[in-house]
Design a protein around this ligand. Structure first.
Ligand SMILES: Nc1ncnc2c1ncn2[C@@H]1O[C@H](COP(=O)(O)OP(=O)(O)OP(=O)(O)O)[C@@H](O)[C@H]1O
Length: 355
């Protein structure tokens, strides 16, 4: 039996959402979709802030379709950490267990603060916390209430670019360590790869694509998934300072992962330089590929390799190198341009984009 079983149909003006979404215990699903595709509508239906015209919702065997938001056992981590401003971090986290009249609420709160590396902020009020610190406290607060389902609505969106990687890593650790299912709404392919077992792509109120994160993002079938995955993603196993790809090449990069994990190397097509000959002695990554196609992309030309890897170079460079489909060339990318991340999913990945 699924931990979460849901089916919603709701019409709001000209927009209709019609979605069925089931989650297993401990499963983390990323919901991706363009603006206006219905992601917030779906979250509001799950949280009980919006009533469906028809449908059902069961969570851990409980029928919740008529339940009030506070009766649902569904925790929400919003974009902005909605902490009570007049309470300390500890009191904020203690709020849920105390409201549920659970014994040891203070110990529970302290444990969760420690779990999100925020124990040292226990006595601070929200205005004394940075955005990243406040978001960690908000995560502890959501988890301390022991929800049966955790909803994360763009949890990294409000964080600055320096704080987001640490929070992403923390979310990964915390979501892996617990058995409750979670749904993450995100615009970021990296969040889906790092946090979620499965990706669901919404468009115009319907699920247009779903599957294991790595599979959907390395071989996207919907236009939206392709656009957000508009990066080269090479799947493999993480090694010290890089990735050993499934096709047997070691790619050096900036790694956020411990060695020996399922992982992806991620780099932009615009970071790729193209050479006809092997650039021996270069400290860069050199990937031998066969050119499969070329297409204009703004002022540049996108070269597509047969393995799916892409490079964006100028038309002048295409002419200078005399490039044509069918040729074997070298795609060269600096290690500093490559991010290596632990990724979930066991499927054999390839590279993106793929026709
Ligand atoms: N209160 C409302 N009344 C009528 N239509 C609404 C209402 N709220 C949302 N909609 C419509 O529902 C559709 C889906 O909106 P929703 O906010 O769920 O999309 P979203 O995927 O979360 O978008 P975004 O990424 O921009 O947050 C939109 O077309 C929107 O105009």
């Amino acid at each position: 039996m699924s931990a979460l079983s849901s089916r919603f149909r709701v019409t709001r003006g000209a927009f209709t959402l019609d979605v069925q979404l089931d989650l297993e215990a401990g499963e983390v699903v990323a919901v991706l979709g363009p603006n206006g595709s219905g992601k917030s509508t779906l979250m509001n239906l799950l949280a009980g802030l919006l009533r469906p015209d028809s449908g059902h919702l069961t969570l851990g065997g409980r029928d919740l379709v008529d339940a009030q938001p506070h009766q649902r056992g569904i925790g929400l981590l919003a974009q902005e950490p909605l902490l009570f401003p007049h309470l300390t971090a500890l009191a904020n986290v203690e709020f849920g267990p105390r409201a549920q009249r659970r014994a040891g609420s203070r110990e529970t709160a302290l444990r969760w603060l420690a779990e999100v590396d925020a124990a040292e902020f226990a006595d601070r009020r929200p205005r004394q916390l940075s955005g990243g610190q406040a978001q960690r406290v908000a995560l502890a607060r959501a988890l301390a209430a022991e929800p049966d389902l955790l909803l994360l609505d763009e949890p990294l969106n409000a964080l600055d670019i320096d704080a987001a990687p640490a929070m992403r890593g923390l979310l990964r650790r915390v979501l892996r360590a617990q058995s409750r299912p979670a749904i993450v709404v995100t615009h970021d392919a990296l969040d889906a790869l790092v946090l979620a077992d499965r990706v669901v792509v919404l468009d115009a109120g319907r699920i247009v694509e779903q599957g294991p994160s790595r599979e959907v993002l390395t071989r996207p079938r919907s236009a939206f998934a392709a656009r957000i995955a508009g990066l080269n993603l090479i799947a493999g196993t993480t090694v010290e300072g890089g990735l050993h790809s499934d096709s047997g090449v070691v790619i050096a990069g900036r790694s956020t992962a411990a060695p020996g994990e399922n992982g992806v190397a991620v780099f932009s097509p615009s970071a790729v330089a193209v050479h006809r000959d092997n650039p021996h002695g270069s400290p860069r990554n050199a990937l031998r590929v066969r050119l499969a196609g070329m297409e204009p992309r703004g002022d540049l030309v996108r070269l597509r390799a047969a393995d799916g890897t892409a490079a964006d170079i100028t038309p002048a460079a295409v002419a200078e190198l005399g490039l044509e489909p069918g040729q074997d060339v070298w795609f060269v990318v600096k290690a500093t341009e490559v991010g290596v991340h632990a990724a979930l999913g066991r499927s054999q990945g390839g590279s993106w984009p793929r026709d």
